[in-house]
Design a protein around this ligand. Structure first.
Ligand SMILES: O=C(O)C(=O)C[C@H](O)[C@H](O)COP(=O)(O)O
Length: 212
C-alpha cells in the first residue's frame, strides 16, 4: 500500500475511520486490538492528549497489521512529532499550506480538514484531493457534500464530526464520500471500564455499514 502517492487507499480498508482519544497509554493496546478484532485497521489517534504520541509509538511498533495515524495536527511541529512517533498518516481539523508542506517533506500522507469551498481550493492547489469535511454536521453535512460533488468533481471526502451509525449510510451513499470518521466506536464508559468486547462489537457493526 502506497499511502504517500494515494492517500485514498486509507478508505479502502472499511467505511469508518475511528477517531481515537487516548487518555492513558496503557489503554492503547487493548483498545487497538479490540478495533482490529472487529475488522477496523485504520486508526486515527488524535494528538489531543499527553498519551497520544507514546500510544502511537507503541501501536506502530507492536501492531504491524494496524495502520496507525495521528489526528488533530495543527502545525508543522505536530507533523514532525507524528512522524517521529511512527504515524503512517496524518489528519488535520483544518488546512494550512505550511502543514501541507511539512507533511509532504516528511512523506507523511495527510488527510486535511476543510469546511469551505475556498479551503477545498487551497488544498487542491497544494495537491490534496482526499479531504476531511470537518466538523461535517455543523458546516452543512450531507447537503454541503452534495452541492460540492459537481464543482469539485474528482475530490473525495471523509466527513467527520457529528457522524453516527444512523446517518453514516446516507453520507456513504454520496458519490464524493469514500469513508466517514467518527468517535462512536470508542464510548468513554466502555474504554474506562475496559469493555473491549463492546468496542469490538461497535467496530464490527461499523465495518458492516453500507451506503443507504
Ligand atoms: O481532533 C480532531 O482532529 C478531530 O478530528 C475531531 C474529531 O473528528 C471529532 O471530534 C469527531 O467527531 P465526533 O465523531 O462527532 O465525536
Amino acid at each position: 500500500m502506497n499511502l504517500i502517492n494515494d492517500p485514498l487507499q486509507l478508505a479502502s480498508h472499511g467505511p469508518v475511520i475511528p477517531v481515537i482519544v487516548i487518555e492513558r497509554v496503557q489503554e492503547a493496546l487493548p483498545l487497538a486490538e479490540a478495533l482490529l478484532a472487529g475488522g477496523v485497521s485504520v486508526l486515527e489517534v488524535t494528538l489531543r492528549t499527553e498519551a497520544a504520541l507514546p500510544a502511537i509509538a507503541q501501536l506502530a511498533k507492536t501492531l504491524p497489521e494496524a495502520i496507525v495515524g495521528a489526528g488533530t495536527l495543527r502545525c508543522a511541529a505536530d507533523a514532525q512529532r507524528a512522524k517521529d512517533a511512527g504515524a503512517r498518516f496524518a489528519v488535520s481539523p483544518g488546512y494550512t499550506p505550511a502543514l501541507g508542506a511539512a507533511c509532504r517533506a516528511l512523506q507523511l500522507p495527510l488527510l486535511p480538514g476543510v469546511a469551505t469551498s475556498s479551503e477545498v481550493m487551497t488544498a487542491l492547489d497544494d495537491g490534496f484531493s482526499f479531504l476531511k469535511l470537518f466538523p461535517a454536521a455543523a458546516v452543512g453535512g450531507h447537503a454541503l457534500l452534495k452541492s460540492w460533488a459537481s464543482p469539485f468533481a474528482g475530490v473525495h471526502f471523509c466527513p467527520t464530526g457529528g457522524i453516527t451509525p444512523a446517518n453514516a449510510p446516507q453520507y456513504l451513499q454520496l458519490s464524493n464520500v469514500r469513508c466517514v470518521g467518527g468517535s462512536w466506536l470508542l464510548p468513554g464508559d466502555a474504554v474506562r471500564a475496559g469493555d473491549w468486547a463492546r468496542v469490538t462489537q461497535l467496530a464490527r457493526a461499523a465495518q458492516a455499514l453500507r451506503p443507504a
